[in-house]
Write a protein that binds this ligand. Sequence first.
Ligand code: IMP
Ligand code: ZN
Length: 347
Amino acid sequence: MDDECVFYRELPKVELHAHLNGSVSFQTMEKLMNRKPHLNIEHSMTAIGKGQRRTLDECFEVFKVIHKLVDTEEDILMVSKDVIREFAEDGVKYLELRSTPREEQRTGLTKTNYIDTIIKAIQQCKSEGLDIDVRLLVAIDRRNGMEVAMETVKLAEEFMLSSDGLVVGIDLSGDPTVGHGKYFLPALERAKNGGLKLSLHLSEVQSQLEESELLLNLPPDRIGHGTFLHPEMGGSQSLVDKVVKNGIPLELCLTSNIKGQTVPMFSLHHFKYWYQLGHPTVICTDDKGVFCTDLSQEYQLVASTFGLSQKEMWKLSQQAIDCIFAEEAVKQQLKKKWQDLHPQVFK
Ligand code: IMP
Ligand code: ZN
């Protein structure tokens, strides 16, 4: 590893946008494939390698394949623990995982077991002494419609109360070209009123102006991607004004946007627009397994693409602490951790 790589790996980081099943590494996939050889699934079907690109549709097909490999409690426990360990090894000190609860009739998996198992994995990693604080967002897949969304929120509410603060919010994700955000408003309003935080995939593809306007009125606590919000990308000043006025941080995932072809090249990524505005942005991975990346690489990519110094990148990682969904005391602990690690990282 060269000095730059070492710096970005040692840099303490916050990861706020990581879909569990999109974050499964090559090594863990290998174990899953060995468990289920009859499925005949190969690595080329579960990951998009260096230099490759896919349409968004193709990306969503990849998730369907991964879901076939991850369909028992045992799989979910292994996948969750491996993903948490890998983030910890990459220097992530605080992680918010998100995942869509699934039921699988074939294996008897229920949505409640699904969430329970991820919580178990988080607790086991904690008791093993890993230096990472992990929380969970329960995800609504827009493809499944408004009734499932409402059920998901109710489930998340129960877990928020019973998980000792581990379940902190709701994510709205899934194929952005399917359904309309307006159908999810009642579920999202209920979640918000009940104390769950909201992170919504917003303006991930073009022509979602009306939906974004509507969802921004909630307002959400964070935005995933927000690629087409600003006027230069076909969005509007009024959308930008709403985001700025409410100080809603953006979770930005460069490699994901390039490989999914919603952004044509790194130098045109909307990170630049929001960073220049001085608006809070958090660098994230989205799906580190599918897109073959990790958070250190994403930080390094932002630095090299936009010419930012190590000092500026440190500031970005530190400011991400203010965007987490866990309580204030956790923010204070993390700020102290960053202070303590500073001399070691800039030795
Ligand atoms: P899971 O929720 O842990 O099963 O993670 C995979 C799921 O995350 C996918 O089926 C999608 O619903 C969602 N997802 C992952 N990446 C993206 C994205 O870039 N946009 C929207 N949804 C996504
Ligand atoms: Zn995402």
